[in-house]
Ligand binder design. Structure first.
Ligand code: BDR
Ligand code: CA
Length: 316
């Protein structure tokens, strides 16, 4: 069975924080097709310690034993421009009934855990990066030799020929640590880039989550309240009634490649531009003279993805 490490910044259960990492983890942990051998946490949607606790609670609710290693609390080189507020306030009452499963937490720093796990594994592993790429970049810096043990890295990040969601051109995960993204994209490893141009093709509304509304088990409650709270926040801030479950699509691709068509391209990361820092610059025509370093996701089977997510929530 394919061995997978997921690197994540889950805001699940935190007010004003995206909960899509949670759905991605759910899809991965519920799938009989893959073996999640570790979950690493990184700064991003929420401070890293909150993300770690969210993962531990999720594992407890799912009664799963998976090693969890906490990673970087900030980007490798430059801290975020200006003050980026990362939410840290729990949705009222949501966690009173959910203890976390501390047993799963190991003391190794996440990048070192990735190195150790890759080195120990007999088979090649796949890494799914659904937060800023700090931990994954650090693991490749600590020990480039692990490349031999990595089959590919599937990344939710960037945007191909499509606007950004933090600046006009930059997507959140890449923008949060562009230098780390550059290390990963230039590593020579096979990369799949699942960008906003595909993740924003499928919107989910409160109606989609209503199937959880009357369920009383804590897992359903957690996902229902997280979804509704996030959707209320988006309504207030962006006047929209739908949200995107970006990260779940990266896991979706891992489970079913037919979900998305891809195109080979050379992807580089803008790390300097005063207006364009964090942009994924996509060369599909070889203009840069560089050989493709990524499979860039282009078209998505919307119905198939929607069914995958709803089916997973239905079976909670
Ligand atoms: C990405 O940024 C985060 O807010 C989400 O969890 C996702 O990983 C989308 O731009
Ligand atoms: Ca994320």
């Amino acid at each position: 069975m394919q061995k997978v490490i997921i690197d994540t910044d889950p805001g699940l259960g935190i007010r004003e924080a995206d909960f899509d990492d949670g759905v991605a983890l759910l899809l991965a942990l519920k799938s009989p097709q893959i073996d999640v051998i570790g979950i690493t946490t990184v700064h991003g949607n929420v401070p890293v310690s909150y993300g770690t606790r969210n993962v531990l609670r999720l594992l407890h609710l799912m009664q799963r034993n998976v090693k969890v290693a906490q990673g970087a609390h900030r980007p490798i080189i430059l801290d975020y421009p200006g003050k980026v507020k990362r939410p840290d306030r729990e949705i009222e009452g949501i966690f009173q009934f959910i203890p976390s499963m501390e047993d799963n937490l190991i003391s190794t720093f996440a990048p070192q855990f990735i190195v150790d796990t890759a080195n120990k594994s007999e088979d090649k592993i796949i890494i799914v990066g659904i937060g800023p790429l700090t931990n994954i970049a650090l693991s490749l810096i600590i020990n480039p030799g692990i490349k031999e043990k990595i089959e590919k890295i599937i990344i939710m990040g960037g945007a191909a020929f499509y606007p950004g969601n933090v600046t006009p051109v930059a997507e959140f995960n890449i923008w949060m640590d562009p230098e780390a993204a550059e290390v990963v994209f230039s590593s020579g490893l096979p990369i799949v880039m699942v960008g906003l141009n595909v993740t924003q093709k499928v919107g989910f509304t409160k109606k989609d989550f209503s199937l959880l509304k009357n369920k009383i088990d804590p897992l359903s409650k957690l996902f229902y309240l997280s979804a509704v709270t996030w959707l209320d926040y988006l309504k207030k801030m962006q006047n929209t009634r739908e949200c995107y479950i970006h990260d779940a699509l990266a896991v979706g691709y891992l489970l079913d490649e037919k979900l998305i068509s891809t195109r080979q391209a050379y992807v580089s990361i803008e790390t300097k531009g005063a207006l364009t820092r964090g942009q994924t610059v996509i060369d599909t025509q070889g203009i840069s003279g560089k050989r493709p370093n990524a499979q860039v996701c282009m078209e998505i089977d919307k119905k198939r993805f929607r069914e995958m997510v709803i089916d997973c929530l239905e079976k909670l």
